[in-house]
Ligand binder design. Structure first.
Ligand code: HEC
Ligand code: HEC
Ligand code: HEC
Ligand code: HEC
Length: 139
């Protein structure tokens, strides 16, 4: 009985701490990434991906979960971590990488299949992996 009470108290106290240190696999948002990868951030800002939510705003569809799925990052229903196609849309959730600071905890082997999740025949009929990669993802 007493144990159960303590477990409940511990849960309340521990929850916010885990949130702050990030559980593995959680989205942390691009601002966290660029704190350590500033050089990448500068060139990323010049790409179309940085602008992906703006085009939804212009289309009046920035509250549409279906559109947000490809025009934002860390999307759940119509909420998102980043309003743009940012780091974690390609590299995957970075919670574990940020917590450990180790290169092996983040996906750096990105290929055509990662792009095709969003660059579908419907939405990106002219997509060609080499051509699109050459337009620049980040420097
Ligand atoms: C606390 C600092 C820090 C933060 C925050 C951080 N990184 Fe890193 N990242 C590093 C370090 C250190 C390395 C290893 C660098 C090296 O080996 O040259 C690294 C390496 C990488 C690599 C290359 C991995 C490889 O296999 O060589 C990628 C990709 C990467 N980070 C992406 C991200 C993304 C995306 C985010 C945000 C989710 C992020 N990083 C946030 C410190 C950080
Ligand atoms: C499956 C992923 C996906 C979904 C879902 C999606 N889009 Fe897109 N959208 C893209 C991609 C990828 C591009 C870039 C295409 C290209 O340039 O080859 C794009 C481009 C656009 C553009 C053109 C941007 C420009 O620079 O001219 C607009 C506008 C747009 N989408 C609006 C929408 C709206 C509105 C919705 C919801 C009804 C939506 N998208 C849903 C992936 C998607
Ligand atoms: C559209 C997909 C995409 C987005 C968005 C993206 N990256 Fe990358 N990133 C790549 C690809 C592709 C590579 C090259 C990986 C390889 O060598 O195969 C890469 C490589 C890297 C590397 C390793 C650099 C090196 O020299 O190997 C780092 C660090 C990195 N990205 C960080 C970031 C950060 C930080 C952001 C957000 C500001 C970001 N990326 C956004 C696709 C992306
Ligand atoms: C999460 C969805 C998503 C992923 C993953 C993604 N993209 Fe995109 N991409 C978009 C959207 C949405 C746009 C349109 C943004 C805009 O027009 O502002 C776009 C636009 C682009 C553009 C600009 C097209 C033009 O004609 O100017 C290039 C280049 C591009 N993406 C390359 C890539 C490559 C290469 C990959 C894989 C390494 C990739 N993208 C992965 C969603 C995505």
């Amino acid at each position: 009985m007493r144990k159960t009470v303590w477990a409940a108290v511990a849960a309340i106290v521990i929850l916010p701490i885990t949130a702050a240190t990030q559980a593995p696999g959680e989205y942390v948002g691009a601002e966290t990434c660029t704190g350590c990868h500033e050089d990448v951030a500068d060139s990323f800002e010049k790409t179309a991906h940085a602008n992906a939510l703006e085009v939804l705003v212009e289309a009046g569809s920035d509250g549409d979960a279906e559109c947000l799925a490809c025009h934002a990052t860390g999307v759940e229903d119509s909420k998102y971590v980043d309003g743009a196609v940012t780091c974690e849309a390609c590299h995957g959730p970075g919670g574990e990488h940020v917590a450990t600071g180790e290169a092996t905890t983040i996906n750096n082997e990105i290929g055509e299949a990662d792009c095709l999740k969003c660059h579908t025949a419907d939405w990106s009929p002219d997509f060609d992996y080499d051509e699109y990669l050459a337009k620049g993802i980040h420097g």
